[in-house]
Design a protein around this ligand. Structure first.
Ligand code: RFL
Ligand code: PHB
Length: 389
């Protein structure tokens, strides 16, 4: 079999690319290691920047998002019982939208199926061959049977644990990594959100985040030790700890209930350079990871897809490969800024095991400065709503 682009990974990056290519008549096959239901069962991102929203519309899948997404004009930052709002709209004339990654992925799968585009699920042993030659191809197994697809290009959209990044010889790539000494324990509960806007809460007991999916579905996170397991945290223990970390005025209003999902995610900053090797292009979590504090992971994956899509479009429709050749450089320039913002938000709001009393004073002074300084708030707002592509 032959196609123009093989997309490895049927997560949001791979599906968005597939749908955008389809609008231009460019053929792609998506290979996904799991099933559609498994992919949709992963509860992840919740905040979409205007760039990703624009791409969803461009891909022809923005209708439900426009109808059901919740526009957020700002966010609350708290420290102990004190809190303040940063109004994105005032500073940038732009908002973000609360719409779960699950819904983004569902809309993309629905559109892919409606258009009859090829997706192979349950693929195993995916291997990339000849990415640095003119005979690139991908092999994979389904039910023990080996298949081969020849192609012009390969989009490595297979997340942090995928095969695409590993295919680039070690001597040709450089990896940059920071592992944080804590994780996030997250729960989803069918309860009304404690507040209309998100609350990013710093406290002496550690960080907490109050987020949501809709009027009766809340998403909450608390910073936890890396050694903690989900079994260590009963729902009751989670709610008690959350209440201790957010301002009392909010804690008193918190509606609790049974969790319908509970998971722990470690926090990591990671970038691999370059994001291209011959005919292979890395996109999204396959190339970079951010700690979730700035809500940048999915949004940065989307900007990669924008650059790759524009490159492939110019290559196929105008026989111009300049944009494709600039992919790695352009994507990385934006990635590093998202890395910086996520790292900064993480440092600002979390408790680190080795923090000295001086470090704590610095953290508090930085939050106080943010609270009182319009320019500092503007910098946060510009980064949060997403830097331009
Ligand atoms: P994904 O979502 O990991 O999808 C990769 C897909 O590739 C498949 N795969 C393979 N398929 C074929 N062959 C192989 N060998 C394969 N290996 C893997 C996998 O099964 C999977 O389906 O990567 P993608 O598409 O690049 O998307 C990235 C986003 O998922 C990620 O950046 C965000 O979820 C990060 N993130 C957030 N991002 C935001 O922009 N805003 C947020 O509010 C936000 N919150 C979060 C987050 C991530 C979190 N966790 C759990 C890490 C909150 C959390 C808690
Ligand atoms: C979420 O709703 O899952 C969420 C929101 C904001 C973040 C991270 C996660 O920074």
């Amino acid at each position: 079999m032959r196609t123009q682009v093989v997309i490895i990974g049927g997560g949001p990056s791979g599906l968005l690319l597939g749908q955008l290519l389809h609008t231009q008549g460019i053929e792609a096959v998506v290979l996904e290691r799991k099933t559609r239901d498994y992919v949709l069962g992963r509860i992840r991102a919740g905040i979409l920047e205007r760039g990703l929203i624009g791409l969803m519309h461009k891909a022809g899948v923005g209708e439900r998002l426009a109808r059901e997404g919740f526009v957020h004009d700002g966010t609350i930052i708290s420290y102990g019982d004190e809190d303040f709002t940063i109004n994105f709209k005032d500073h940038t004339n732009t908002s973000v939208v609360v719409y779960g990654q699950t819904e983004v992925t569902r809309d993309l799968y629905d559109a892919r199926e409606a258009a009859g585009l090829p997706t192979v699920f349950n693929t195993q042993e995916v291997q990339i061959h000849g990415a640095d030659t003119d005979s690139a191809h991908v092999t994979y197994q389904v039910n023990g049977e080996t298949h081969r697809i020849d192609c012009d290009f390969i989009a490595g959209c297979d997340g942090f644990h995928g095969v695409s990044r590993q295919t680039i010889p070690l001597g040709l790539r450089k990896e940059y990594e920071k592992v944080y000494p804590f994780g996030w324990l997250g729960i989803l509960s069918e309860t009304p959100p404690v507040n209309d806007e998100l609350i990013y809460a710093a406290s002496e007991r550690g960080f907490a985040l109050c987020s949501m999916r809709n009027q009766n579905l809340s998403r909450y996170y608390i910073q936890c030790a890396l050694t903690d397991t989900v079994e260590d945290w009963s729902d009751e223990a989670f709610w008690e700890e959350l209440k201790r970390r957010i301002p009392k005025s909010h804690a008193d209003k918190l509606v609790t209930g049974p969790s319908i999902e509970k998971s722990i995610a470690p926090l990591r900053s990671f970038v691999t350079e370059p994001m291209r090797w011959g005919r292979l292009f890395l996109c999204g979590d396959a190339a970079h990871i951010v700690p979730p504090t700035g809500a940048k992971g999915l949004n940065t994956a989307a900007s990669d897809i924008h650059y790759l899509f524009e490159g492939l479009k110019a290559h196929y429709l105008e026989s111009d490969s300049a944009a494709l050749d600039a992919y790695s450089e352009k994507a990385l320039a934006r990635v590093w800024k998202a890395e910086r913002f996520s790292w900064w938000m993480t440092k600002l709001l979390h408790r680190f095991p080795d923090q000295t009393e001086f470090d704590l004073k610095m953290q508090k002074a930085e939050i106080d400065f943010l609270r009182s300084n319009r320019e500092a708030q503007s910098v946060l707002a510009q980064n949060y709503i997403g830097l331009p592509y």
